[in-house]
Design a protein around this ligand. Sequence first.
Ligand SMILES: O=C(O)CCC(=O)C(=O)O
Length: 265
Amino acid sequence: MRASLIQLAVSDAEPPAERRARAASLVRAQQGADLVVLPELWPLGGFAHDLWSEGAETLDGPTSDAMAAAARAAGVWLHAGSIVERDPDGPIYNTSMVFAPDGELVHTYRKIHRFGFDSGEAVVMGAGQEIVTAPTEFGTLGLATCYDLRFPELFRALLDAGAQLLVVPAAWPAKRREHWTLLARARALEEQAFVLACNTAGTHAGVEQAGHSVVVDPWGRVLAEAGPEEEVLTVEFDPAEVGRAREDFPVLRDRLLGIPAPVQR
Ligand SMILES: O=C(O)CCC(=O)C(=O)O
């Protein structure tokens, strides 16, 4: 299969509507790919907290409309990264959207682990409550977003739900770039799955983004890695490698499902 990760640059200077049009045209240009991925919160910016409340959208808003049309035009599965979702009855959420090649919005995932400790997302956004997988003809996607990458128990739950390709849109800062690559490789190796991690480029709200989107195979090998600037990272791989890796090196069979309690001495 062929996957294209669109490592979009987000800057304060570009209005969200222009970035939306640019992202849609980049998606349309990926005709021939099976799966296209965009980063986290790219319409407003992952750290542009001041814009979130006013710029929040519903799941039938302008970004969803533009991405549905772009997925249909290109005939691709589109993980459109995430938007600031306005829930008419609740808080705002960091919500990923997956479109089928006919443009239908088939899966959404609200980010479970909110980043920021006592500020930003952790304070103003609601936390997702559901593990989400998305079956496709090339394998089952497991959805996670940015900071989620630091929580292996989420990825184990995605594995148990059938995930074979873990898709992680992000707005990961440049100053922790090594964590990004290391964690993407760790999650791939421990779940014996492909990881497609699509980061943001550029600088917005004073936060330089790491770029360096990466695709990792079930053996933890980096198949392709972007540089720091905006680019489309295209990679071809055989999703059946997940089954082969799990068969050839059946480490997952040795999981201790009931970890014994610690002994008190
Ligand atoms: O965990 C990190 O270092 C970055 C996380 C992040 O930027 C996010 O989740 O938006």
